[in-house]
Design a protein around this ligand. Structure first.
Ligand code: KIV
Length: 270
C-alpha cells in the first residue's frame, strides 16, 4: 500500500463542494503545529494574521507585517505534506495599489512556499482579486466580519443582520467569485445568509461563526485546542484543554527542579 499523501489542490476544493464533501480548514503558524494539523487530516491550513493576537499578543490583527507573515508561513510549509497552505495578506499589503497586492501575494508563493493567499473585502477588492488571480495566484476571499476593518466596523460584531446588509454580502460573494476567488471565508454571518451564499456559489464557502450550511469550516487553532482564552467567541468549540495540560506539566517541572527530583540518573550522562 502506498504511503504517499496526495497534496490538496485548488480544483479539488471545488470538486469537494460539488460532491458534498465538507472542507476542514484550520490555522497554524509554526512548524510543529503544522505537522500535527497536516497529519491529522485537515484539508487547508491558513497562516492567518490572527497570529498577531494569538502568538504576538497584540490587540488586533492590524499591526502585523509582511515579513512576520512570511516568517510564519515558511515555518508552516516546511512541515506540510498534504494540506493546501493559504498565507494571509496583512493589513496594508494589498490595499494601496493592485501592483503592490500582486507583488506581496507573489511573495507568499515565491519566498514562503504557500499555495494561495487570503485577503479581506468584498466588491471594493474585486479588481485586486482579479489582478492577483491573473498573475496565477489563487485567492481565498474573506467577507462578513473582516478584522482588518475593525476600526470601520466599530468592533468584532456579527455582520449581515439586516436585510440590506445580507443582500450586500450576497452581492459581494457573487462579485468575488466572478473575479476568480477560489473560495470565500464567511466570518460572523447569520447562518441563513451563509446558506444562501453557499447555494448561489460554485466555489466553496468556508464558515467561521456562519453556521453548518457552509461548504467547510475554519477555526483558529489556539481557540479550538483551548490555548488562547483572552477572548473566546461564541462560535468556537473547544475540543481540548491544552492550556490546562501545559500548566500542569510546567508546574510539575518547576516543583521537581525546586525539590531536586529532576533530573534523575537516567537523564544524566555518565
Ligand atoms: O486570520 C485568521 O485566522 C482568519 C480566520 C479567522 C478566518 O482570518
Amino acid at each position: 500500500m502506498s504511503t504517499e499523501r496526495k497534496k490538496v489542490t485548488v480544483p479539488e476544493l471545488k470538486e469537494m463542494k460539488a460532491r458534498g464533501e465538507k472542507i476542514a480548514e484550520l490555522t497554524a503558524y509554526d512548524y510543529s503545529t503544522a505537522l500535527l494539523v497536516d497529519r491529522a487530516g485537515v484539508d487547508v491550513i491558513l497562516v492567518g494574521d490572527s497570529l498577531a493576537m494569538t502568538v504576538m499578543g497584540l490587540d488586533t490583527t492590524v499591526p502585523v507585517t509582511m515579513e512576520e507573515m512570511l516568517h510564519h508561513t515558511r515555518a508552516v510549509t516546511r512541515a506540510v505534506e498534504r494540506c493546501l497552505v493559504v498565507g494571509d495578506l496583512p493589513f496594508l499589503s494589498y490595499q494601496a495599489s493592485r501592483e503592490e497586492a500582486v507583488r506581496n501575494a507573489g511573495r507568499f508563493l515565491k519566498e514562503a512556499g504557500a499555495d494561495a493567499v487570503k485577503l479581506e473585502g468584498g466588491r471594493n477588492m474585486v479588481d485586486t482579486v482579479k489582478a492577483i488571480v491573473d498573475a496565477g495566484i489563487p485567492v481565498q476571499a474573506h467577507i462578513g466580519l473582516t478584522p482588518q476593518y475593525v476600526a470601520q466596523l466599530g468592533g468584532f460584531k456579527v455582520q449581515g443582520k439586516s436585510e440590506e446588509a445580507a443582500q450586500k454580502l450576497i452581492e459581494d460573494a457573487l462579485a468575488l467569485e466572478a473575479a476568480g476567488a477560489m473560495s470565500i471565508v464567511l466570518e460572523c454571518v447569520p447562518g441563513s445568509v451563509a446558506a444562501v451564499i453557499t447555494k448561489e456559489l460554485a466555489i466553496p464557502t468556508i464558515g467561521i461563526g456562519a453556521g453548518p450550511e457552509c461548504d467547510g469550516q475554519v477555526l483558529v487553532y489556539h481557540d479550538m485546542v483551548g490555548l488562547f482564552e483572552r477572548f473566546v467567541p461564541k462560535f468556537v468549540k473547544q475540543y481540548a484543554n491544552i492550556k490546562g495540560e501545559i500548566m500542569r506539566a510546567v508546574g510539575e517541572y518547576v516543583k521537581e527542579v525546586k525539590e531536586g527530583a529532576f533530573p534523575e540518573e537516567k537523564h544524566t550522562f555518565k
